[in-house]
Design a protein around this ligand. Sequence first.
Ligand code: HEC
Ligand code: HEC
Ligand code: HEC
Ligand code: HEC
Ligand code: HEC
Ligand code: HEC
Length: 496
Amino acid sequence: MKRIFPSSFYNPVTLVGAAIAGVSFGLVLFLMVLEMMTDNPKPYMGIIAFVLLPSILLIGLSILVFGIFRARQREQAGKPEMRLPQIDLNNPRHRTAFIFFSFGTILLLLLSAFGSFKAYEHTDSDQFCGETCHKVMAPEYTAYQFSPHARVGCVKCHIGQGAGWFVRSKLSGAYQVYATLFNKYPRPIPTPIENLRPAQETCEQCHWPKHFFREKKIVNTYYTSDEKNTKWMLDLLIKIGGGNIEAGPTSGIHWHMNIGNEVTYAATDSQRQIIPWVQVKAADGKVVTYKSADNPLSDEDLQKAKKRRMDCIECHNRPAHIYHPPARSVNHIISLGWIDQELPSVKSIAVKALELPYSTKQAALDSIKLVIQEFYRTTHPEVMAKKSQQVERAIEEVQKIYSRNYFPEMQVSWRKFNDNIGHMYYPGCFRCHDGKHVSDDGKVLSRDCNVCHTILAQQFEKDKLRLSLGGVEYKHPVDIGDSWKEMNCSDCHNGR
Ligand code: HEC
Ligand code: HEC
Ligand code: HEC
Ligand code: HEC
Ligand code: HEC
Ligand code: HEC
């Protein structure tokens, strides 16, 4: 047989290396062709085609080179050259072996092509993101399944398309795999995510800013923490606004914040919750700077502070992983009738049971049952006698709320993750709109209750309905004087 390569190439080690390199090269080609042919390349296709397989190819090549070196050394040491088997196709035994071997190889290649295709499909799935690192991602995955984006894949927001972000997120991903394996990850996983892909390339692929123009009515139902669980309602018309300047007048939350204007701010904490400095550059180039009167920033600190341009994530920082405050979840479940409003003090005992400190989920579920049973047994024995079924149902619902919103093993709960939409439980909009951010010419970022939403109606259980299209004056459910007009709502409602 004529040999094209030097004799040191023909040794078993080198040939094994060459085979590994050859097969992985073939698979890379296969996946590249596949990627070119699909309109909608999957984000994880690249990790296999451009990261995993090439590393195997490199390993193959190193084995190959190692084999050559070893063979050279043997030659120099005068050891006999290792001989390869000779194949003679005229020999029937050789022929059969050759046919088996060739078909086997082709079959193996096809199967591994199919296998790697399936493997890549799996890494693209939400199960892979959410369940493979089961304990670490449990909070995000659970919250995601109950969010409006439950059918939007993790990779659509966290990676998106294109190689650049893919590589960036994979580089940090490699560290995460290490951190998970060696149990070094922080609990909870910290936010904000510094290298989250810009919203223009993720959110705006599905939500087109020009097309936000309506107002959205939300009706909230509440129950106060008294024995009767007094019900009250509040109708808000949220002025989402936005829109296309060519189509007429524009207004509202989205227009001011995003499309026409460039809003830049400086935060002094890593969570972006304390914002003493905000600057707006309007479409006509006019610049207005607002500074907090309460908490001014010296010029020197301002120089040092990191500035960010506002985008969707400044407000919608929890579109998929929403950990609800307990009062909100309990109100919702009572309004559905799943917890009986007639159970005395059920609102307050449910919230209390959710908020006690627990070390594991199982301990929490067991204690919630005990706490609620104990409460009715000692304070309302007649309820336990007559309504034990409703009490059991209430316990079940409170346990479900706990499972969806609290993850003691990862130290995750609503207290750890500020949601910047709104202003009741977290500073949110009032980080800037607190009525204390003033511009040089005296303009104030207003916290007037009808700037962002119109309070269309409010009604307490037996009172008459107060209703006005222009907005009714807000009435705080419990008498706290005028402090809701002066303090931030979250100063009292933050659960601390
Ligand atoms: C609709 C877009 C969207 C989807 C879909 C989505 N996420 Fe997120 N995710 C976000 C945003 C936005 C943040 C917070 C970014 C910030 O505050 O900097 C986040 C934060 C996280 C964090 C950091 C910890 C935390 O709770 O803030 C993890 C971990 C995470 N996501 C995992 C996942 C997993 C796993 C999936 C799929 C099961 C998923 N995400 C689906 C948008 C999304
Ligand atoms: C793959 C498409 C897709 C992407 C990417 C996406 N969304 Fe959505 N989003 C949806 C769909 C579909 C709905 C409607 C869900 C429904 O009405 O049940 C929705 C709903 C919403 C809502 C309304 C939620 C509510 O309570 O009614 C908000 C706010 C939102 N998305 C913000 C975001 C933000 C911020 C991002 C980027 C981090 C994002 N979306 C990324 C598809 C997407
Ligand atoms: C100044 C804060 C702010 C910014 C910035 C912002 N939004 Fe919103 N957005 C809101 C508020 C407030 C609502 C209404 C409350 C709600 O739906 O929970 C809303 C509602 C929405 C809705 C639901 C609309 C509906 O009709 O139900 C979508 C979708 C949305 N935003 C997407 C985006 C996207 C995409 C961006 C970035 C281009 C963005 N938002 C930037 C505050 C903001
Ligand atoms: C980083 C600071 C900042 C945050 C956070 C912020 N805003 Fe603003 N907002 C501004 C600035 C600056 C303006 C422009 C004021 C001006 O006209 O010069 C503005 C204007 C507005 C306007 C228009 C007011 C008017 O006079 O017509 C609305 C509505 C609004 N914001 C709603 C919201 C809502 C809702 C949130 C929370 C989801 C929010 N903003 C969060 C800084 C902020
Ligand atoms: C800067 C804009 C802005 C201002 C000013 C503002 N709000 Fe709001 N408010 C919001 C947004 C945004 C939401 C959240 C809507 C949602 O749930 O999607 C909200 C929600 C609420 C809720 C429902 C809270 C909940 O989660 O149950 C109440 C109550 C409320 N606002 C009262 C007020 C009162 C009272 C004032 C005046 C002191 C006021 N708001 C001023 C933007 C604003
Ligand atoms: C001085 C403290 C304080 C401030 C400031 C405050 N609240 Fe309250 N708020 C309370 C107390 C106490 C309750 C009663 C809680 C209960 O009955 O469970 C309450 C109850 C509520 C409820 C009903 C909650 C539920 O779970 O059913 C809403 C809604 C509310 N407040 C809105 C606001 C808004 C909006 C602001 C800001 C404009 C605000 N509050 C400011 C102390 C405060």
